[in-house]
Design a protein around this ligand. Structure first.
Ligand code: GLC
Length: 549
């Protein structure tokens, strides 16, 4: 049977399996308890053998780490916590040697308050040109004592902080849609634009294959920075999806297209409607964007089918490839979500501590892996997904590091629980994350992670690690290159089945009972044991039509 398509291979960014490396939690090379580039380099063979096509690295730049590196002080250097620029260059080269593409994280909406521009702006004083690169605005009220408008930070609290001038007088306020240590840049300023174009070129010149764009929907702000008001229209907020943002991506696309090879953008676009989202994926803008609608969707037959249909329709309109994402460094790990009564994800209501059936969550997570890897488009794997790691929900408060925890006075438990250092081997912390004699991992690992480690799962043919390896192998061999279209196949209630080419079929059982697998097909891979011709509850299988004599 020949599954290879006749047409030339699609560009890599249309169908790749992209593995997200959260560097500080991946592997610690120097023993300080924090993951680093040396650690990543030592584990590249693991990533190659897993079957990833590309790696996305969370920000590795110089940063005071007020938000895990999303507060960048120098976009052209590596933070010493992680290594050096020379090491990053070597890592890019070595990844390429192993057949892995490299995507770096670009953070253009804001920089660090320690960035030279912001320090200059503070020092330069009222009305200075240096302040024009940010949003310094006089306060309201008789003495400017009230914030300039009613915008709230995504991390909780006011989106404005008032500065004190060098002479001790109270000054204007500056905008920060995230933490106060992350001042928003003014994208109407030509120097902001040219600086980021130069940063893109800096990394493109170093051979990166793409960029993940942080807060891609947020760069442009409505002129005059109007109030949101008491009952805002969420599709028309003054700080997100403002039209001017698309000009920025058009200019970036020209730059990426001018480089040899296929360099690509993936946008972090959180927007309420598929129509708004798809506009970022027009042919002269970003190549792709994370599918958060799918990530947020409950593990329910009708909901999943609707999101898949909606995703395919929205992307087809602009000719962009869909992506499928189950977890990332901001969300609750899906093994945990899928084991709860409410299996959806809501950034504003993370429900940490909700009763969880881990065994059920694991079954569904394995099924979801096969579903996402069978769908047309790209797939993202967040480090630890392949180990079926659950959210770590019992991190003591005093060890929590995510700024959302402190800014919400603990009401939001934060994102630390999905950022716990990976278990590689052994029976106790640090589970091979750090070399012997190292400092404690920067977040505590659960004592019961022995059977989650890479070494333990390596040895178990039925492990989730080996399921991912086999799925990624088959995906690379042929599933990924099947026609981008999908056809639903009739199936019994609570079961989703679709084919990509009439021969390959993916079947997912959302019900609590085993269901018979369709006749005339062989199981090539199952998330659970399908040997008796039945697909167990909460399981998925990949089938190939039986070869006709
Ligand atoms: C994005 C990142 C998140 C970060 C925020 C501010 O949402 O994924 O981790 O805190 O942007 O940069």
């Amino acid at each position: 049977m020949n599954h290879l398509p006749d047409s030339p291979a699609p560009a890599w960014w249309r169908n790749s399996a992209i593995y997200q490396v959260y560097v500080r939690s991946f592997a610690d090379g120097n023993g300080d308890g924090v993951g680093d580039l040396a650690g990543v380099r030592s584990r590249l063979p693991y990533l190659r053998d897993l079957g990833a096509d590309a790696l996305w690295f969370n920000p590795w730049y110089l940063s005071p780490m007020a938000d895990g590196g999303y507060d960048v002080a120098d976009y052209r250097d590596i933070d010493p916590l992680f290594g050096t620029l020379a090491e990053a260059e070597e890592l890019i080269t070595e990844a390429h040697t192993q057949g892995l593409k490299v995507i770096v994280d670009l953070v253009p909406n804001h920089c660090s308050d320690q960035h030279v521009w912001f320090q200059e702006a503070l020092a330069a004083g009222p009305g200075s040109a240096a302040r024009e690169r940010f949003w310094f605005v006089p306060g309201r009220g008789e003495h400017g004592e009230l914030p300039p408008n009613d915008w709230q930070s995504y991390f909780g609290g006011n989106a404005w902080t008032r500065i004190t001038e060098a002479d001790g007088t109270a000054g204007p306020w500056y905008l920060h849609m995230f933490a106060p240590e992350q001042p928003d840049l003014n994208w109407e300023h030509p120097e902001v634009r040219s600086e980021f174009e130069s940063v893109l070129q800096f990394w493109l010149d170093r051979g990166v294959d793409g960029f993940r764009i942080d807060v891609a929907h947020g760069l442009a702000k409505k002129p005059g920075l109007p109030d949101v008001g008491p009952d805002p229209d969420v599709t028309d907020l003054p700080y997100q999806d403002v039209d001017g943002v698309h000009d920025i991506y058009r200019s970036w696309r020209k730059i990426s297209d001018s480089y040899p090879g296929e360099r690509a953008f993936v946008g972090e676009v959180w927007l309420p409607t598929p129509g708004q989202f798809a506009r970022y994926l027009r042919p002269d803008e970003l190549h792709s964007a994370f599918n958060f609608e799918f990530l947020c969707c409950a593990w329910e037959h009708d909901a999943v089918r609707d999101v898949v249909d909606g995703t395919l329709a929205a992307h087809a309109e602009v000719g962009a490839p869909p992506t499928w994402v189950l977890s990332n460094h901001d969300t609750i790990r899906h093994v945990t979500r899928y084991g709860r009564e409410d299996t959806s994800f809501d950034m504003g209501d993370k429900r940490l501590g909700a009763p969880t059936d881990r065994v059920l969550g694991l079954r569904r997570a394995r099924a979801a892996a096969l579903l996402t890897m069978a769908l047309p488009g790209g797939v993202y794997i967040y480090q630890g997904d392949e180990l079926a790691l659950a959210e770590v929900e019992d991190i003591p408060d005093h060890l929590r590091q995510d700024p959302t925890f402190a800014r919400s006075q603990g009401a939001d438990r934060g994102r630390d629980g999905c950022r716990v250092p990976l278990p590689w081997s052994g029976t106790a912390a640090p589970f091979g994350f750090s070399p012997a004699g190292a400092a404690d991992p920067w977040l505590p690992q659960p004592a019961d992670w022995t059977d989650r480690s890479v070494a333990a799962q390596d040895a178990d043919p039925a492990s989730t690690l080996n399921l991912y390896r086999e799925a990624l192998r088959l995906r690379r061999a042929w599933v990924g290159a099947l026609p981008e279209a999908l056809t639903w196949v009739p199936s019994q209630p609570g079961v989703l089945a679709f084919t990509r080419d009439g021969s390959f079929t993916c079947v997912v059982n959302f019900t609590q009972e085993p269901v018979p697998l369709p006749a005339g097909a062989d199981v090539v891979l199952g998330s659970a044991d399908c040997t008796d011709g039945m697909l167990p509850a909460d399981a998925a299988a990949w089938l190939l039509a039986t070869a006709q004599a």
